[in-house]
Design a protein around this ligand. Structure first.
Ligand code: SF4
Ligand SMILES: [Zn+2]
Ligand SMILES: [Zn+2]
Length: 302
């Protein structure tokens, strides 16, 4: 990417320095390259963006809307999940709603309270809870249900390269090989009409690049972290990985690139014929009862 070299705002791993304008051009070109390389979109799609109000999903909605505005066969909507985290979700939710109004994107809001008759705050008040694991199970469940309800053909999430490198390491450290097979730019190893495929257009973007794009475009002014984030295994892995990247530049890229080398083998090993449905709720599930119903059952007995 050529640059006018006026007031650089970032130095890429390659050593290239870019100004604000050329950085945004580089960033948006990289999204389109990612979409083409991993065949994330067909010509006709309804994309539901999983919007949280954080920098990643705000940038994703903004960039996709901008990049696909001329494509008449692609429509975009947004889904926001309110987990019930006091003092956190209300702020980020307002920011997400404001962006949707500005971009004229329909926003659908789903809450743990309405769907599961509880909140994350209540769920984690028990001593044996794992906030991010439990939040993740219910969020994924609800996002899929919501995307299907609005006839989305793809569910786009703001996961970036840092997130993916962390997830790969977390699965390795826990020897979760089957879960590893579900990572990648398109999530999942099997197809089912009940399951809306998840795509990650920021798969090759570093977190610092997404943060800069959000800042330059005025999408994100104040950082709010979820109060439960610090308790997570992901936070430990993230900090260690950032240390490694600081001393060995390119490490995150290399983790993801080497994972992509073996992903076809993992898909082959774990590909299922069909995704069965949960006997309690009827949602797609790899076992007789889905993780969300198992979790909700456990919560009842706590
Ligand atoms: S940090 Fe954990 S608990 Fe908080 S919103 Fe994210 S997954 Fe949920
Ligand atoms: Zn420039
Ligand atoms: Zn279920």
């Amino acid at each position: 990417m050529d640059c006018c070299n006026r007031n650089p705002v970032i130095e890429l791993n390659s050593g290239t320095k870019l100004c604000r304008t050329h950085f945004c051009k580089y960033f948006e070109k990289k999204i389109m390259r990612t979409i083409r390389r991993f065949r994330l979109l067909e010509k006709k799609e309804h994309i539901a963006v999983a919007l949280s109000g954080g920098k990643d999903s705000m940038s994703l909605l903004y960039a996709l809307k901008n990049l696909l505005k001329r494509s008449r066969k692609i429509s975009i909507s947004a889904i926001l999940i309110d987990e019930g985290i006091q003092g956190y979700r209300s702020k980020t939710g307002k920011r997400a709603a404001a962006l949707c109004r500005k971009l004229k994107v329909p926003l659908h809001i789903f809450s743990f309270r309405k769907e599961f008759n509880t909140t994350l705050d209540r769920i984690i008040s028990s001593r044996d809870s794992h906030p991010c694991t439990e939040c993740g199970i219910l969020r994924r469940y609800l996002l899929n249900k919501a995307a299907r309800k609005f006839k989305a053909t793809k569910l786009a999430t703001g996961h970036n390269l840092d997130d993916e490198a962390q997830a790969i390491l977390m699965n390795q450290l826990r020897r979760n090989t089957a879960l590893q097979a579900r990572l990648g730019p398109v999530t999942g190893v099997t197809t089912s009409r009940m399951f809306v495929p998840r795509i990650k257009p920021f798969y090759l973007m570093l977190e610092k690049e997404v943060a800069l794009y959000a800042y330059i475009n005025g999408l994100y002014d104040e950082y709010e972290s979820c109060p439960y984030e610090h308790d997570s295994f992901r936070a430990v892995v993230r900090d260690k990985l950032n240390d490694i990247e600081n001393s060995h530049q390119g490490a995150k890229n290399n983790i993801v690139a080497s994972f992509l080398d073996i992903l076809p083998l993992l898909h082959k090993r774990y590909a299922g014929k069909d995704i069965p449905t949960c006997r309690i709720c009827g949602e797609p599930s790899s076992s007789d009862v889905c993780n969300a119903c198992k979790l909700l059952g456990r919560i009842k007995h706590r």
